[in-house]
Ligand binder design. Structure first.
Ligand code: ADP
Ligand code: MG
Length: 367
């Protein structure tokens, strides 16, 4: 079916996971108070499962009977979405599993997924958390489904994981990880930690290899996926992580950027959280990843402060010292052995990491 006429099946129920740890512990009450009425009015059918531990939703979706459900909704932050999507990719029938649309009710400290979906629907995002939740519930109740891009990632410990949002190295990774202790502050935790890190900036040594995105390149990933492609066969352009990539311009399209860096971020979406637009030109299905970075030159404190204050509307891309480009694949090779590397806000082992865009591979509830 073409995506533009896909809708959520009304005769089935959506599986809703509520993270009791999310939304300062109020997720279940928020859903009952602000969402249940809208969904009953719209005849949107659902079944609630309250997660009992971190990793519960990931385990749960590994064994669900796909035909029983119209989709999966996460009443949580982005952490639970990451869990569920990776759970679906780890099924043998991952291709069919990924046809289940994913919905998001914002109940966490980072709510980037629904922010990007609402952005796609061209509505302004509600400022209060309650109205934001209602806005998301209404969007889900329209029963509509749209595709979105993801990235396949290989980490240095040999894992293959799937990212719907971001790969962060440098200041963003440090801010994301080190702000965990301020979780009770909600989204403000990122600001508090960012200010600390801007005042005491770190330098990240290493290099980034990347394959530029070229619209005329017809080796678009999804065209090659057949019904028996395993997730190991999902990348078109990645070598094993221990094999060097040729950057010889006469034989290879890969290029290299040498550090040191202050900021390195690769995204498949525009918004990193409700209050920030890290990648202003990005859409749900642009078919590429956006690499952005700040190198060490000039006054690094001043540059970081300038970039950070413009992050709310994506205007940091107007500064010359913020370099960015659309890419199809990348490999980051840090020189140091210790540090933070974050995928979708989750810490992964530090070391070389690589990835490639998976255009329109998954579906979400939105319009
Ligand atoms: P936030 O945006 O605040 O990070 P998330 O929904 O991302 O909120 O949740 C944070 C983490 O909580 C996730 O990594 C998830 O695995 C974990 N989690 C889910 N259910 C539970 C639970 N019942 N108890 C503790 N942690 C949980
Ligand atoms: Mg999270």
């Amino acid at each position: 079916l073409p995506f533009d006429i896909m809708t959520i099946k009304r005769d089935k129920r959506a599986l809703v996971f509520v993270n009791p740890a999310g939304g300062a512990g109020k997720a279940y009450r928020l859903v009952m108070e602000h969402v249940a009425g809208i969904w009953s009015e719209a005849e949107f059918n659902y079944h609630i499962v309250i997660t009992e531990y971190a990793g519960h939703a990931r385990e749960y979706v590994k064994t669900i009977e796909l035909n029983e459900w119209s989709g999966i909704i996460l009443a949580s932050g982005d952490g639970l979405i990451y869990e569920v999507i990776n759970g679906l990719f780890n099924r043998k029938d991952w291709q069919e599993a990924l046809t289940l649309p994913i919905g998001h009710l914002p109940c966490g400290s980072g709510n980037a997924f629904i922010t990007n979906i609402i952005r796609h629907s061209k509505q302004p995002i509600e400022t209060s958390m309650e109205k934001f939740l209602v806005q998301s519930a209404i969007l889900i109740a329209t029963h509509q489904v749209i595709p979105f891009d993801m990235a396949v990632i290989d980490t240095c410990d040999g894992q293959r994981i799937f990212s719907f949002l971001s790969i962060a190295w440098g200041i963003m990774a440090d801010v994301d990880y080190e702000s965990e202790k301020y979780r009770f502050l909600g989204e403000t935790r990122f600001t508090v930690e960012a200010v600390k890190r801007i005042l005491r900036p770190r330098i990240y040594n290493g290099y980034i290899d990347y394959l530029p995105y070229d619209v005329t390149d017809d080796t678009v990933q999804t065209n090659q996926i057949t019904s028996n492609t395993t997730t190991n066969g999902l990348s078109e352009h990645l070598l094993p992580l221990n094999e060097p990539i040729s950057i010889d311009p006469t034989t290879s399209k890969w290029r290299r950027i040498d550090g040191p860096f202050a900021h390195v971020l690769i995204t498949s979406k525009a918004a990193l959280s409700k209050g920030s637009i890290s990648t202003p030109q990005s859409t749900l299905t642009d078919g590429y990843l956006t690499l952005q970075f700040i190198r060490i030159h000039g006054s690094i404190r001043l540059n970081l402060a300038k970039a950070f204050t413009k992050l709310s509307d994506g205007k940091h891309f107007n500064y010359d010292f913020v370099e960015w480009m659309p890419i199809r694949a990348f490999r980051i090779v840090p020189s140091e052995t210790n540090g933070n590397m974050m995928i979708d806000g989750e810490k992964v082992p530090y070391g070389p990491i690589q990835g490639e865009v998976l255009p329109s591979i998954a579906r979400c509830m939105g319009k």
